[in-house]
Design a protein around this ligand. Structure first.
Ligand SMILES: Nc1ncnc2c1ncn2[C@@H]1O[C@H](COP(=O)(O)OP(=O)(O)O)[C@@H](O)[C@H]1O
Ligand SMILES: [Mg+2]
Length: 325
């Protein structure tokens, strides 16, 4: 597949903070590309530069052969964006917002009516179509923001945290609609801090941390790249002494032990069925009662842990910067 977006050293500074740090990214035509990372990783800033909302401080991006710095107006003809923070007029109604958006996108009156109705129904907002935006919940406003891009059906769709504040059923519906958009030929850049969303939706995922790209591949290849085919999360009632950790690490079939907290371990290993009883025996013999033990296949969180030593959730709690509009 050919690439439709390439970034070269793409960088954004806000005074002395580097929000996006010399990012080199390649997005293929027709794929759903998940940009995954904790809050503050630089996803939104990247999306805003690619969609010509803000200018790079350094480097550039080329979208379908067009440079975002040199010809932003030509880029704008190709793209649509669903903002993380919906930009809606408070006094408008969902119907007005979408009808106007459809008009700007050049839909005929007939097409407009049909599509606005269909999309409002699809995102479960039909019964609220006449309510003023300021009276809607955060999740409802987000649905209206997502609906805009579903109406527009742009060649390249930037979708920033589409299901934040939306319930599980609503999430699945929106995921299906994003997939449909891709089936119809759009390339989709999905920024998300939700592991599961990135995993189930993306053809490829780029994991961002502190403005840079840690790794980029299909979800399966990323998960397969972790040493040891299985993950065991163990929470102990007290801290594990160094000597016990060493023993754990040296067990046959254990590939790696990550100490998230002194009593919170993630063990990457093979032959999980054989190894769990052996590990339990070792821990109990060393008087370390187990609070919980959880086995799973590696997730994208484990990929993040592998590269940073932190879970995505921990990386988020370490972000000190405030949310911004
Ligand atoms: N307009 C801005 N002014 C100052 N700092 C900003 C601005 N936009 C983003 N940042 C900072 O840049 C970093 C990356 O933010 P953002 O791109 O929103 O991350 P993400 O979308 O991954 O959560 C954060 O530290 C954020 O506070
Ligand atoms: Mg963001």
């Amino acid at each position: 597949m050919q690439s439709i977006i390439e970034t070269h050293n793409l960088t954004k500074r806000f005074e002395d903070l580097i929000a996006v740090d010399h990012l080199d990214l390649e997005i293929k035509d027709g794929e759903i590309f998940g940009l995954l990372g904790p809050n503050g990783a630089g996803k939104t800033t990247t999306v805003l530069m690619l969609s010509t909302v803000i200018k790079p401080s350094d480097g550039t991006a080329v979208i379908n052969g067009i440079d975002v710095r040199k010809n932003p107006d030509d880029v704008r003809k190709l793209i649509g964006i669903c903002f993380q923070e919906p930009k809606l007029l408070w006094v408008s109604t969902p119907w007005d917002v979408l009808n106007w958006h459809a008009k700007v996108c050049g839909l005929s009156t007939e097409e407009r009516r049909a599509r606005v109705k269909q999309v409002l129904e699809d995102v479960n907002m039909w019964e609220y179509r006449r309510k003023k935006v300021h009276g809607l919940s955060g999740g409802m406003r987000k649905r209206v923001e997502v609906a805009k891009i579903l109406i527009q059906r742009p060649r390249i769709a930037f979708i920033d945290e589409p299901t934040a504040q939306i319930d599980v059923i609503g999430k699945h519906k929106i995921w299906d609609m994003i997939r449909e958009l891709r089936e119809e030929g759009s390339t989709i850049i999905l920024a998300t801090n939700e592991l599961y969303e990135a995993d189930v939706l993306s053809d490829r995922v780029g994991i961002m941390h502190k403005g840079g790209l840690l790794v980029c591949n299909t979800p399966k290849s990323l998960k397969d790249s972790i040493p040891g085919g299985d993950t065991v999360a163990i929470r102990l009632e007290k801290e594990a002494p160094r000597a016990v950790l060493k023993k754990l690490e040296s067990m046959k079939d254990v590939a790696n032990v990550v100490v998230l907290k002194p009593n919170d371990l993630r063990v990457y290993l093979n032959k999980v069925e054989e190894m769990v009883p052996k590990m339990m025996e070792l821990l109990l013999k060393n008087r370390l009662p187990i609070e919980s033990i959880h086995m799973s296949e590696p997730s994208l969180d484990d990929v993040f842990v592998h590269y940073t030593g932190l879970t995505i959730e921990e990386a988020e709690s370490k972000t000190t910067s405030k949310p911004h509009k």
